[in-house]
Write a protein that binds this ligand. Structure first.
Ligand SMILES: Nc1nc2c(ncn2[C@@H]2O[C@H](COP(=O)(O)OP(=O)(O)OP(=O)(O)O)[C@@H](O)[C@H]2O)c(=O)[nH]1
Ligand SMILES: [Mg+2]
Length: 475
């Protein structure tokens, strides 16, 4: 575990309901800080709270009124979640009583915890690094079992260990490069030595491999938004129903059936996905349908992946997609210059019909096509794998989340890794182009700072605030 740059200086004792909002069999109030045990002793009226022992007790208000009864468990620091003195009061899961307990703790000197403050203190006290603290929140928010398992792996430090391994190799490389700075007459030759160039090349390869794995992790954690688009009546709603395994959207043979966006949450081999069905795109005088078409276009422009559907038996619907692709790719290329190919998949639907041979394929278009029948379900398993592969970059889209090495990650981590890769590649070019050690060292320093920001060795208060404020209260 890496040691964080600061320990908590906050001497407040914080309190919050740690169990889920609403009613439950059991509800937990958590206290952390220097006065946690004293406050809990006053609430429980117990003279002693032996460490890690489940004390069955009453919980009282400051005036002695009994609010509830339950278990009080003390975890004296540093052997606690936050590293500080922590007490958990486990009462009955009545939201009213839990609130009353929190108010009592506040009257006794504690203050209400901010969202994520328990995890933030755990991080600041070196109980876990930043990527692990984020995994706590990702575990709580996980939308699929695969996402939850991946978050547990990150929480246990799988991702952090990889990052720390990279960081250590980079430190060893930097030692050599920084040493060359002291020999300004020979630094260029020193840097071009095979020891350094091979180490750098190896490091770049490692970072790239980790980027690929991290991308899958980000998908598992953050999910993806998929949007179905196409001419009316091509079978978009039928495709949505097939992928959901349920009749969620209305299907009829009337063109213009779907008007508004239909959103469904589902999992594609463990990846949490929001799939959005849209109104068939066409020019129309119907004000309601026109609004639907506008919404469809807007949804497509914000999608992680667009599923452009056409009807194999209807050449005009294919032509429609061809024209739409031109327009869409131009629009997207401005925002995502490198992603054009991977964010659209063309679905050739109604393969069960006797289709015209001429109507097959997209000659000259660099776009992935997939042939299915929403009616018979033909090819849907393969389509799902293909979608997962497109979303994660993982070639065996079959079970990304079930694999042992998949850990959870966030876009923030991916951006930092990309920046680190850029720093390393820049250092490599600087060596090849015969620049001095100063410049090479500067690129490597940049890469190190980016790697360090993932686990939180190098962070700013603003970044910490942003990360922990998205947690729930009590965590
Ligand atoms: N033969 C065959 N018919 C299909 C298939 N998929 C959909 N259909 C039929 O095509 C018609 C239109 O299907 P929808 O799913 O409503 O099409 P849509 O693209 O959502 O249509 P709009 O909402 O009007 O834009 C219905 O009669 C479906 O039963 C398929 O794979 N094979
Ligand atoms: Mg529809």
């Amino acid at each position: 575990m890496t040691s964080p740059q600061a320990t908590t200086t906050d001497s407040d004792t914080i309190v919050a309901v740690a169990s889920a909002p609403g009613r439950g069999g059991v509800g937990v109030v958590r206290l952390s800080g220097p006065d946690a045990i004293v406050v809990a002793q006053k609430i429980t009226r117990l003279r002693e709270l032996p460490a890690r022992f489940a004390n069955y007790t009453k919980f009282c208000d400051v005036d002695g009124t009994v609010l509830d009864s339950g278990l009080a468990i003390a975890f004296p620091g540093p052997a606690s979640f936050t590293g500080e003195d922590v007490v958990e009061l486990q009462g009955h899961g009545s939201p009213i009583m839990l609130d009353a307990l929190v108010r009592t703790a506040i009257k006794l000197g504690a203050r209400m915890a901010r969202p994520g403050e328990f995890s933030e203190r755990a991080y600041l006290n070196g109980k876990m690094d930043l990527a692990q603290a984020e995994a706590v929140a990702d575990l709580i928010n996980a939308a699929s079992e695969a996402s939850a398992k991946a978050a547990v792996r990150s929480l246990q430090g799988d991702f952090s260990r990889l990052m720390n391994g990279l960081s250590e190799t980079l430190v060893r490389l930097r030692v050599q490069v920084e040493a060359a700075i002291d020999f300004p007459d020979e630094d260029i030759e020193l840097l071009a030595a095979p020891g350094i160039t091979a180490m750098l090349a190896d490091l770049i390869e490692q970072v790239e491999q980790i980027i690929t794995r991290t991308r899958s992790g980000v998908r598992l954690t953050e999910g993806a938004r998929l949007v179905l688009i196409g001419a009316p009546n091509v079978g978009k709603s039928s495709v949505l129903n097939r992928l959901c395994g349920e009749d969620r959207a209305i299907v009829t043979d009337i063109a213009g059936t779907t008007r508004d966006l239909v959103r469904e949450q589902l999992q594609l081999n463990g990846i949490p996905v929001e799939l959005i069905d849209t109104a068939g795109l066409r020019d129309t005088n119907d004000a309601i349908e026109a609004e639907g078409v506008r919404r469809a276009r807007a949804a497509a422009s914000e999608a992680d992946l667009v599923l452009a559907v056409y009807d194999l038996a209807d050449p005009s619907s294919k032509e429609f997609i061809e024209n739409w692709l031109e327009e869409f790719q131009t629009e997207r290329s401005v925002i995502f210059p490198t992603e054009i190919k991977s964010n659209v998949i063309v679905i050739e639907n109604k393969s069960d019909l006797d289709v015209d041979a001429e109507n097959k394929g997209f000659p000259g278009k660099q776009v992935l096509t997939y042939r299915v029948s929403a009616k018979s379900g033909a090819n849907f398993e393969e389509l799902t794998e293909q979608l997962v592969e497109l979303l994660t970059g993982d070639e065996s889209g079959s079970g990304i989340g079930t694999r042992e090495q998949t850990y959870s990650a966030r876009s923030r981590h991916l951006l930092a890794l990309d920046e680190a890769a850029t720093g390393l590649v820049d250092a490599q070019s600087a060596i090849t182009e015969g620049h001095g050690a100063e410049l090479v060292a500067e690129h490597l320093r940049h890469a190190q700072a980016e790697l360090g920001s993932v686990c939180g060795e190098i962070t700013t208060d603003a970044l910490l605030g942003e990360i922990f404020s998205s947690f729930c209260i009590g965590k």
